[in-house]
Design a protein around this ligand. Structure first.
Ligand SMILES: CCCCCCCC/C=C\CCCCCCCC(=O)NCC(=O)O
Length: 570
């Protein structure tokens, strides 16, 4: 009988909270429905807009690669409004296939019309990106649009101003025209959320397009945009670019504006999210970054950015470099095709006269554990709190179950948890201010250790796999966290890093898979998820220390020119 009374007391105590939570979630579901209705209207608006342009003309315009498009707009062969309509059509078709677009930016039409009007003046000097439509990741602020980062609770909070980067694009003559999809909280290399749904990989719909800039990669891959702007705090530009066969680049944090984007974890200090380009080839990324860094106004709009222009001397240098390489970072065995991509890149760089030497990543277990601690910042409290108050589809899950337990339970499990790598991560998640300070100290120390290891070999740059495995199936990214160690390292140490596709998965790689040693569930899933991927693109990653971005771009360009998967076709 006593049990009955205790149960009544417990239910009585918790029920107001449960009812409150239920009501909150119901409100969020209503908001999601309203958002879906608004989105339908927005898509209808885009359809009306692109139907004003003859389809064959639209196909002709949207088939032009970036440089040709820019030239055609410059010499007046095509106009900004018809170009916008052509890409609206292509983006509409792309989103029908992959659900990559969240919203079409309606102000884009005014911007394009204004450019067209300005161009009627014979004395008008066309800006460098005159009329080029550019796609923008949803978390980057565009005036009058929400940046929800996939949270239903953030619906109906439109940005009151453009981000520094979007404003700059408009100043350079570009036409930001769509907001693209992301995973909830931006902390996944999948691309699912309860507000806009799941984005599919255009090359294999059953697999993720990468994340968190997954909508960008799917859109660019299908030709719905020639230049996409993403953000990266743990691979979110490089991973989707790799999974969709594109080039992607992230600078060190000082060379990216910080104003005007929704951060995955606001207030995170040592791991700053960086904006950067995704495009069909590295030339487009270079051209965008050249324009971006050579714009003196950028450094007035974001006064925290050191005014460092595009360093042509580094980009055009012919000096042979000393480059370290590794096929295994000591944390996650990469699937065979990614290892082969490194070996083939090393051969090309040697052929070009560079000196290549093997490199070992210092303390790999420590490296990825402190990355996870740094990326979540406060032991996961902000993340857990935000997620608990939202709608999370199963395929959008973040982290792993033990990391979500209350801190007092994690403390008990820290020594005994059976999964070694999960245990190492929970050991590093800070649970109080002292551990938080220690976490920052560990990150600083690791950066110094890494730089010393590079200096000991006099290295200018590093080459390694872009990722640990090909795009896994939807719902798998948080179950294979280790595969993210390859891009994450370069956020942890705040280096410049970029990826280019250099090969595709082959039969021989799938045969090699059978020889892979597996220690835990992450390893086993790397193997299972790497099967049946023949023909999917595989990228290599190149990284350089901060302020040597242009050196990294030079190497990416050299590799792409020699073995880039699409260098001849795009
Ligand atoms: C709930 C606590 C869980 C803590 C442990 C989970 C650790 C998860 C940390 C990192 C996830 C790794 C995936 C990262 C994907 C890329 C993220 C990114 O670059 N985002 C871009 C951005 O934030 O702007």
């Amino acid at each position: 009988m006593w049990f009955f009374y205790v149960a009544i007391v417990i239910i009585g105590f918790f029920s107001p909270k449960l009812i409150d939570k239920y009501n909150r979630k119901q409100k969020l579901r209503t908001l999601i429905k309203q958002r879906a209705a608004d989105r339908k209207i927005n898509f209808e608006w885009a359809k009306n807009s692109f139907q004003k342009l003859d389809e064959s003309r639209a196909v002709e315009i949207s088939a032009k690669p970036f440089e040709e498009l820019r030239n055609s707009l410059k010499n007046g062969e095509i106009g900004p409004v018809e170009t916008l309509r052509a890409f609206q059509r292509k983006a509409y078709e792309s989103t029908e296939k992959t659900n990559c677009v969240c919203f079409f930016i309606q102000e884009a039409l005014e911007i394009a019309e204004n450019l067209e009007h300005l161009a009627t003046d014979p004395n008008y000097q066309k800006p460098p990106l005159f009329g080029v439509p550019v796609s923008i990741k949803e978390s980057i602020h565009v005036k009058n649009l929400d940046s929800t980062a996939g949270y239903a609770q953030k619906i109906n909070n439109p940005s009151d101003a453009n981000s520094v980067s979007v404003d700059q694009l408009i100043r350079l003559g570009a036409v930001p025209f769509v907001h693209t999809n992301i995973p909830i909280a931006l902390l996944s290399y999948g691309c699912s959320n309860g507000v806009y749904g799941t984005t599919l990989n255009p090359l294999d719909n059953s697999r993720v397009p990468g994340g968190s800039s997954g909508g960008e990669a799917a859109l660019v891959s299908l030709g719905g945009s020639v230049l996409g702007i993403g953000t990266d705090v743990g691979g979110s530009i490089r991973t989707p670019a790799s999974f969709c066969g594109l080039a992607g680049f992230k600078s060190s944090s000082d060379r990216s504006p910080q104003l005007g984007k929704t951060a995955s974890i606001p207030g995170r200090q040592l791991l700053l999210s960086v904006e950067g380009p995704i495009a069909k080839n590295i030339d487009v990324c270079v051209e965008y970054l050249r324009l971006k860094w050579n714009d003196p106004l950028l450094y007035k709009k974001d006064v925290y950015m050191p005014p460092v222009k595009f360093q042509e001397n580094l980009y055009n240098s012919e000096k042979p470099l000393k480059i370290g390489y590794y096929t295994f970072d000591g944390y996650q065995t990469a699937s065979p095709a990614y290892q082969r991509a490194v070996r083939e890149t090393v051969a090309v760089l040697k052929e070009l006269g560079h000196e290549l030497v093997p490199f070992e990543v210092p303390q790999p277990d420590h490296m990825y554990s402190i990355f996870c601690a740094g990326a979540t910042a406060d032991g996961g409290l902000y993340l857990m709190d935000s997620l608990a108050n939202d709608i999370i589809p199963p395929e959008a899950d973040i982290g792993f179950p033990v990391a979500k337990l209350p801190h007092f339970i994690q403390r008990l499990l820290r020594k005994y948890w059976h999964h070694r790598r999960e245990r190492q991560i929970i050991q590093e998640l800070p649970h109080d201010t002292e551990e938080m300070r220690q976490m920052h100290e560990k990150i600083e120390d690791y950066r110094h250790e890494f730089v010393l290891a590079m200096r000991a070999k006099k290295l200018d740059a590093l080459v390694c796999p872009a990722f640990g495995c090909p795009p896994p199936h939807h719902g798998m990214p948080n179950k294979i966290l280790g595969a993210n160690s390859y891009p994450a390292l370069y956020n942890l140490i705040d280096f410049a890093a970029g990826t280019v596709p250099v090969t595709v998965q082959k039969q021989e790689d799938e045969v090699e898979l059978r020889k892979m040693k597996t220690e835990d569930s992450w390893d086993r899933r790397v193997v299972t998820e790497s099967k049946n991927c023949i023909g999917l693109p595989v990228s290599v990653q190149i990284a350089t220390p901060p302020y040597r971005e242009e050196m990294c771009l030079r190497l990416l360009k050299q590799v792409e020119a020699k073995i880039g998967l699409y260098s001849r076709t795009h």
